[in-house]
Design a protein around this ligand. Structure first.
Ligand SMILES: NC(=O)c1ccc[n+]([C@@H]2O[C@H](COP(=O)([O-])OP(=O)(O)OC[C@H]3O[C@@H](n4cnc5c(N)ncnc54)[C@H](O)[C@@H]3O)[C@@H](O)[C@H]2O)c1
Length: 313
């Protein structure tokens, strides 16, 4: 089945730049009309212009996601400009990276407000509209490897991103009867957000200079440009993914992956329930061999020389 979004209407939050801009451009190129959203008015207008100059249809809503008023304004813009809303992509995001003991209440609240509440309020407004219309729909939320694994220095971000994937699983159940699919994309790309990560400064500079990225970067680190992540969003927005819901799909560079949902990896039982001593014994004998690592595990970038020489698989 070919992926064609002709006649569909999409909202993409945080689409003034970075991954959101790539999603908006790709959705429009596949035929969808797009409501661009960003807090940065200049970026939002430039994004609309870039979609239009490529032959697509787009309007902008300049407002911060988080408050319910913004969510309502996004759905209203889709309906007023293009007649309906078929696809919501909740992409807007910010970082305030600090270790736990240096994380301020304000930084924590901003990250949770933007990612978690912004996803909740926009998805709720979209779900109300889509259920009333009765034509099904697509909600694509955005997680992160940090939310899947935990990541040093990202208390607020990891919490928000893990929560977003948990909401997607919940909504996939609640919205199934209305034929609204809900999936999480776990993207990785060189953007303003990642360019400041110290180990990626060289990679980002090379990418900005138009140099090809090494295999270890595009495959193991799953890093390329934002446009490398857009195809999975286009597919999830389309009729071709009608039977896919409740999934967390990773994409970046040359890599496409499916995340497991948390599952029990070791189980034991004790008649009548457990004591602390019983748990101590069970940990040592049954659970400890399956103890789970925390954090994102990636090969060193220095491996790129050898990897570049390796045959493609
Ligand atoms: N870049 C990556 O490797 C990566 C990895 C995992 C997840 N993500 C997620 O992908 C999404 C996009 O990231 P990016 O790398 O393109 O970041 P980016 O910083 O380049 O772009 C984010 C955009 O969101 C906008 N924004 C911020 N707060 C907003 C708000 N309250 N309302 C509306 N717009 C707002 C910004 O102005 C900006 O245009 C984020 O949710 C991010 O957490 C990115």
């Amino acid at each position: 089945m070919s992926v064609d979004l002709t006649g569909k209407v999409a909202v993409v939050t945080g689409s003034g730049r970075g991954l959101g801009l790539a999603y908006a451009r790709a959705l429009a190129a596949a035929g969808a009309a797009v409501v661009v959203n960003d807090v940065d008015g200049d970026a939002a207008e430039a994004a609309v212009e870039s979609v239009r100059s490529a032959g697509g249809r787009a309007v902008a809503v300049v407002a911060p996601v988080g408050p319910a008023e913004t969510a309502d304004a996004l759905v209203a813009a889709a309906v007023e400009s293009f007649g309906k809303l078929d696809v919501l992509v909740t992409n807007a995001g910010v970082l305030r990276d600090r270790v736990l003991w240096k994380t301020s209440d304000d930084d924590f609240d901003l990250v949770v407000e933007t990612h978690l509440r912004g996803t909740f309020t926009t998805a709720r407004a979209a779900a109300v509209h889509m259920r009333e219309r009765g034509e099904g729909g697509r909600i694509v939320v955005v997680g992160s490897p940090a939310g899947q694994h935990g990541n040093f220095g990202q208390t607020s971000y990891a919490a928000a991103k893990a929560g977003i994937v948990a909401m997607a699983r919940t909504w996939s159940l609640e919205l199934a009867r209305a034929r609204i699919t809900v999936n999480a994309v776990i993207p990785t790309a060189i953007t303003a957000m990642t360019a400041t990560i110290p180990i990626y400064e060289g990679v980002a500079a090379a990418h900005a200079a138009g140099e090809p990225l090494p295999r270890v970067v595009r495959r193991d680190h799953a890093l390329g440009g934002p446009e490398d992540c857009a195809p999975v969003v286009v597919w999830l927005a389309s009729d071709a993914s009608a039977d896919v819901t409740g999934q967390a799909i990773g994409i970046g560079g040359d890599k496409l992956s499916l995340y497991a949902h948390p599952t029990e990896v070791a189980t034991t039982y004790r008649d009548g329930g457990w004591t602390a001593d019983g748990v101590a014994d069970a940990w040592a004998q049954t659970l400890a061999p399956h103890a789970q690592p925390s954090g994102i595990v990636l090969p060193p970038l220095e491996a790129e020389e050898q990897a570049a020489d390796a045959p493609a698989t």
